[in-house]
Design a protein around this ligand. Structure first.
Ligand SMILES: C[S@@+](CC[C@H](N)C(=O)[O-])C[C@H]1O[C@@H](n2cnc3c(N)ncnc32)[C@H](O)[C@@H]1O
Length: 375
């Protein structure tokens, strides 16, 4: 019997909510301790029914587990943390009722966490409500999870508006396989409209794989959202089907937390999840480290400072531990010279590529290649 993704939480959907949970864990941990944020708001706009027939847990329960965890961890340390308000919406009232019941049955909410709200509105209505609320938030942060069945409701301009104030992050699921299939097969108006917003449709190149389709969408979003941070997490359901989560952030630290979450799930490539359960295929070619190539080209242009290198690494979808590994290697092989701001050679292994130095001392060290032409 074919398993139904609407009543059962199948493995690929499990991967989706796992990324959500891994991210929230890291995000909440930073925000509750930043000594600035006074309130956090989490919105799940297509929340579904919470518990599936096979007892799998959907997004609302995954969110509440993280909220409960961060609360109890801090309570144990006697840390007072800001309230975290959660809002769950789905057009089907019965589903929202089920969510409410599951949260109650599993004791996932206590009033001391913050407010909780259940609504059954059409997405567009929720969106206009958010457009009212988010710009007015002061010293508050919002996280919005958008997980529709299709993409016809979704507009890139809405995402742009949600991010406009710089106090929110968005995680959006797109059924890229279905979009791609149409793209190569007579594009319907809805897809044209979607693409038209992020990149002029006449500039859209036909893709010969869903992976390239996703890359082009990502580049389109990056271009369209200018200074915002954009990343993807692919979910390969079977050899023919690839869906994708898109993550949008206004803040480099939130972005770093998302990258950490995806590298936690895909320790090999930080790219996504696949149906083979993450075991790297024997047939996958071991290519040169793609960050190493990009970094080399970046440094070939001009020498770079630690702050620039921090941003460069994250925007390329990698973590600081990856760039540090490369520099250790290069330093051992005399391929790079690292000089501190007072003109002296930096201590071996001291690279200062992290958020703290990005914020406070972004020209602490300068990196210059000593050999050009080959890595
Ligand atoms: C992919 S499911 C959500 C799954 C859920 N996030 C989870 O992790 O279990 C999409 C949900 O969107 C709801 N939905 C469909 N059209 C909607 C609309 N126009 N506005 C709000 N919700 C809608 C459906 O009832 C369905 O529960």
């Amino acid at each position: 019997m074919k398993k139904d993704s609407k009543t059962q939480l199948l493995d690929h959907s499990q991967a989706k909510v796992r990324l959500l949970g891994e991210y929230l864990k890291r995000y909440l941990n930073i925000i509750v301790n930043d000594r600035y944020t006074e309130r956090i708001k989490i919105y799940d706009l297509f929340c579904g029914e919470g518990t599936y027939e096979n007892l799998g847990e959907g997004s609302p329960l995954v969110i509440m587990r993280q909220v409960k965890d961060i609360h109890f961890i801090n309570q144990a340390k006697l840390n007072k943390i800001p309230p975290i308000d959660c809002s769950f919406n789905d057009i089907e009232k019965a589903k929202v009722e089920k969510v409410k019941q599951s949260i109650k049955d599993k004791s996932l909410y206590y009033p001391s966490f913050g407010e909780i709200e259940y609504t059954s509105n059409e997405y567009s209505l929720e969106l206009s409500r958010l457009m009212e609320i988010i710009p007015k938030l002061r010293k508050q942060k919002a996280f919005i999870f958008i997980d529709p069945y299709g993409y016809k409701h979704i507009r890139a301009s809405d995402i742009k508006n949600l991010l406009a104030k710089g106090n929110s992050e968005v995680l959006l699921f797109l059924p890229t396989q279905f979009m791609y299939r149409f793209d190569s097969n007579g594009t319907p108006e809805s897809l044209k409209d979607f693409i038209e917003e992020i990149t002029s449709y006449k500039d859209w190149r036909e893709n010969d794989s869903v992976w390239k389709f996703i890359e082009q969408l990502k580049d389109g979003f990056k271009n369209y959202l200018e200074d915002k941070f954009v990343d993807t997490f692919t979910i390969q359901k079977d050899p023919q089907t690839v869906f994708c989560l898109f993550f949008f952030s206004s803040h480099i630290k939130g972005f770093e937390k998302m990258l950490e979450a995806k590298w936690e799930i895909d320790t090999e490539q930080g790219k996504g999840w696949n149906f083979t359960n993450n075991t790297p295929s024997l047939f996958v070619e071991q290519k040169t480290n793609p960050l190493e190539e990009k970094l080399y080209t970046f440094l070939e242009e001009v020498p770079r400072y630690n702050g620039e290198l921090y941003e460069f690494t994250l925007r390329a979808g990698f973590l600081t531990k990856h760039i540090n590994e490369i520099f250790y290697n290069w330093q051992n092989n005399n391929k790079v010279e690292v000089v501190t701001s007072n003109g002296q050679k930096a201590r071996k292994g001291a690279f200062y590529i992290d958020y703290k130095h990005f914020k406070e001392d972004n020209k602490r060290a300068k990196f210059k290649l000593t050999t050009y032409g080959t890595i």
